[in-house]
Ligand binder design. Structure first.
Ligand code: ADP
Ligand code: MG
Length: 555
């Protein structure tokens, strides 16, 4: 080991307590120390901060760190101080006394690192010219990209930094790997020659599993029976569902707690701590849970609902198996979830961008080829061989000539005048005798019952595949009605063939016998409890669920 490397390892050990550098860290650190500009792309949790924190200790002077979030800044500074490193932050929320102290320490050269929000940078301008800035780090550098969801206008003004400090190494760091974002960052920060370090996003020890979102609770209970004593996280979309699911898991004798931003800070801290210490092995949480939690032995992560985009999904499953031991990640996918997510997105700014992201997520969930390939591809990486560690690789789908089925579906959609959404299309094709079909008189149309031999779920799968193949289009803004595309006309009128895949049957885990709880109370209450039980079963159509009024009648 060269003396310089030796010294860097010593700094790593004495200040941070770590024995080894992670992938790329040492090279990046050496580049920065030798005055080169760098662009660091590393997944979240990969250890980006170390890349500028360590050089700040090896060089004389102070490192200037631009960081977009006040909370993030504070956490990092607190962690550094706890390690005996002289760090401080400067932003608009500070009291005058605090500002006084920070500027004084900075002027006197008492700081190794100063964290500044981009908006506050100009206020420090004069002072920064008086001191020795040894390096500039732009953290979360993707904020500079105007089409990103984290866009921060103040970031676009950072281009002047390189001009003002041409000799000072500038390092930009982000977890967004997309090549066009990288180019944008390098250009805007005026570091066109910066060496790019792109760490692999692959986490080969994570088993990637996606299953249809039916009977989720039973599937989760069965899953837990097969993973006794293991620690894991279930992510849900809403606070309410975290509470409900945690309760159901407790009812089945699991030690589980709900976690979401609605709980008070003390309670949240306690839940986190009990999770880290293995006192509460199972957390049912919204995405509020996980950021900054360092627990290496999380053995599984379940997504009760599909996340809004692949970045979020990747980050959340990434909390499993940090120790490198095989870990299971399970995503429940249902078409209904995507519709719900579309509705959320419709009310937000940046609809197009978010919709595109959601579509990529949906494609991942519906993929019929190696999932890891799809995932890494998204982050700009290329995997040559199938991974062998995802549900698809373990259980290849079978393709068959689905032309006849596709034609039935397409004529069904035509007969419904392209006015109906997926559920109704399936009901009519299967010849369902229910109120909503009869109300519209659909029992009289020609394609009623044309696909009665296909099970509901299978037909649903086939239609989703047809949507993905571009044969049908969904109008999300018009109650999700299905329309034919021009490609569909080739199937209907020109004999174009359609390949469909048989639904990958989930690796069925047989739930243990569970005794249903005896309902307590009056007859009405008992009936209501049974009714609610039924209503929770996602296989039971809503129209056969009794209302409270009809239960009263029965009583
Ligand atoms: P990022 O900014 O890339 O999301 P962080 O810089 O916050 O990641 O680092 C994530 C975690 O990894 C932190 O707890 C950090 O202390 C830890 N870490 C960083 N470098 C190393 C290392 N060489 N060895 C062990 N842990 C490390
Ligand atoms: Mg970071």
């Amino acid at each position: 080991m060269t003396p310089e490397k030796d010294n860097l390892h010593k700094l790593l050990k004495t200040h941070f307590g770590y024995d080894h550098f992670r992938e790329n860290q040492l090279d990046i650190i050496q580049d920065i120390i030798s005055g080169k500009d760098t662009l660091v792309i590393m997944p979240t949790g990969g250890g980006k901060s170390m890349c500028f924190q360590l050089p700040s200790l090896a060089l004389s002077g102070t490192a200037l760190v631009i960081s977009p979030l006040i909370a993030l800044m504070k956490d990092q500074v607190d962690a550094l101080k706890a390690n005996g490193i002289r760090a401080a932050y400067y932003n608009s929320t500070q009291a005058p006394e605090e500002i006084e102290k920070v500027t004084h320490d900075l002027r006197e050269g008492h700081l190794d690192l100063i964290y500044v929000a981009p908006e506050s940078l100009s206020l420090l301008d004069t002072l920064l010219q008086e001191i020795q800035v040894n390096l500039i780090a732009v953290d979360e550098a993707h904020c500079i990209s105007s089409w990103g969801h984290d866009f921060r206008p103040a970031y676009t003004q950072l281009g002047y930094l390189k001009k003002r400090y041409p000799e000072t190494p500038l390092v930009a760091l982000t977890a967004t790997a997309d090549v066009s974002t990288q180019d944008d960052i390098a250009e805007q920060l005026s570091i066109p020659k910066a060496k790019r370090y792109v760490a692999s996003f692959d986490r080969p020890n994570l088993f990637l599993d996606v299953r249809p979102g039916q009977n989720r609770i039973q599937q989760i209970l069965a899953f837990l029976d097969n993973h006794p004593f293991e620690s894991g996280i279930v992510y849900c979309l809403s606070r309410k569902s975290t509470e409900q699911l945690a309760q159901k898991l407790r009812d089945a004798d699991h030690t589980a707690k709900a976690y979401h931003a609605g709980l008070d800070a003390k309670e949240r801290a306690k839940i986190q701590e009990d999770f880290i210490n293995d006192k509460t092995p199972i957390i049912v949480a919204t995405i509020a849970f996980g950021m900054g939690i360092d627990k290496s032995n999380v053995r599984w992560v379940i997504h009760y609902n599909m996340p809004k985009n692949i970045e979020g999904y990747y980050q959340e499953i990434g909390r499993a198996g940090r120790d490198g031991i095989p870990s299971h990640t399970l995503l429940f996918y249902s078409y209904a979830d995507t519709i719900q997510l579309r509705k959320f997105i419709e009310n937000s700014a940046n609809i197009e961008y978010q919709t595109a992201k959601l579509e990529r997520m949906q494609q991942y969930a519906e993929a019929l080829s190696c999932r890891r390939k799809v995932l890494l591809n998204y982050f700009g990486e290329f995997l040559i061989e199938d991974c062998g560690n995802c549900d698809i690789c373990k259980n290849n789908p079978e393709y068959f000539d689905g032309t006849t089925i596709a034609q039935k579906v397409l004529s069904g959609v035509t007969r419904l005048k392209e006015q109906e959404a997926l559920g109704m299309v399936i009901d009519v094709l299967r010849g369902a005798h229910n109120a909503s079909v009869y109300d519209k008189g659909y029992q009289h149309i020609k394609t009623f019952g044309a696909a009665k031999d296909i099970a509901w779920k299978d037909l649903q799968q086939y239609i989703i595949q047809m949507i993905n193949q571009g044969l049908l289009e969904i109008r999300f803004r018009e109650s999700g009605r299905l329309l034919l595309t021009s490609l569909a006309k080739e199937v209907l009128f020109k004999g174009k063939k359609v390949q469909l895949a048989n639904l990958v049957q989930p690796i069925v885990e047989i739930p243990k016998e569970r005794k249903p709880k005896k309902p307590k109370g009056t007859l009405f209450e008992k009936l209501r409890e049974l009714r609610n039980e039924l209503a929770r079963d996602e296989n039971v159509p809503a129209y056969i669920i009794f209302s409270d009024a009809s239960l009263k009648d029965m009583e």
